[in-house]
Design a protein around this ligand. Structure first.
Ligand code: PAF
Length: 281
């Protein structure tokens, strides 16, 4: 039976008891509207830890677009039902007042990491993510925390924050979980109309296509090709396509300049913003 808690003290007390009994704590932070992608992370956490905590909190301070925040799906009842089969032990679902009794004005410095891609198009987003994840880590005290690679830049930011603050948590990156046709799973997919849902697949087609033959082109050529392919659909408005170093997230000119590269995309289809990425090497 999953324990659902809404307050910080009750959550800390429950987890402290488990830690006192020598249990290892796995943690999967989410904003709810759970889908199979989340469940994969949670099942992995259950397999690798004694006690698993899932947080469900739509963090207002990471939304730079009030409309996106208002439309973000909130499905706590269904989420709890889905969690029952995963074996997770505790769900922490606080209110905004519980998390932010007063505004948190912390300012993180991520150097160049948050000046590109999502950070460039969503000012303040990663500062809001870092504030809430740090707070959640303080509440949950996890040994391991699980993050999906779909949010590739978020993962880099969180690793950087953990290293800057010397937080005693091991960050576990988890591969993107895709629908059978290839669309990256996302809570925002539920907002796609049937036509948008079928067109959305273009992103994955463009990315998987280029991952086969990127070496025929220079990195900038790869960007143009992927952008062009997605924009062939009139439903799409591409925000960015970037080819970057997987560590620094900075663009580069020659394949030999980096050890590992990833192509990252953000695009609107109608009013829904989708992101995806694929590692090239
Ligand atoms: O990836 C998400 O769902 C959110 O950004 C996170 C990590 C739960 C922080 O609100």
């Amino acid at each position: 039976m999953i324990n659902l808690l809404n307050t910080i003290p009750s959550t800390q007390a429950a987890i402290r008891k488990e830690i006192g009994n020598g249990k290892t704590i796995g943690f999967v932070p989410t904003m709810g509207a759970l889908h199979e992608g989340h469940l994969v992370l949670i099942r992995r956490a259950v397999a690798e830890n004694d006690f698993v905590v899932v947080s469900i909190f739509v963090n207002p301070i990471q939304f730079n677009n009030p409309d996106d925040l208002a439309k973000y799906p909130r499905t706590l009842e269904t989420d709890l039902k889905m969690l029952e089969s995963t074996g997770c032990h505790l769900v922490f679902a606080p209110s905004a007042e519980e998390m932010y009794p007063e505004p948190d004005r912390s300012e993180f410095d991520f150097g160049k990491l948050d000046k590109v891609m999502e950070g460039k198009f969503r000012p303040g987003h990663f500062n809001g993510v870092a504030i809430v994840v740090k707070k959640l880590f303080e509440i949950v005290s996890p040994h391991k925390a699980y993050f999906g690679e779909k949010d590739f830049q978020q993962l880099a930011i969180i690793k950087n924050m953990v290293s800057q603050l010397n937080l005693p948590v091991h960050i576990v990156p988890c591969p993107i979980v895709r629908e059978p046709d290839g669309l990256a799973m996302s809570s925002r997919n539920t907002r796609l109309s049937p036509k948008e849902r079928s067109e959305a697949l273009i992103i994955f087609k463009a990315l998987s296509g280029i991952s086969e033959n990127y070496s025929w082109f220079i990195p900038d050529g790869v960007k143009q090709l992927v952008r062009g392919e997605i924009q062939e659909s009139p439903l799409f408005r591409v925000e960015y396509v970037d080819v970057v170093d997987t560590e620094t997230l900075q663009p580069f000119e020659d394949w030999n300049d980096v050890e590992h590269a990833v192509v990252c995309v953000a695009a609107f289809i109608g009013s829904v913003r989708l992101i995806d990425n694929i590692k090239l090497f």
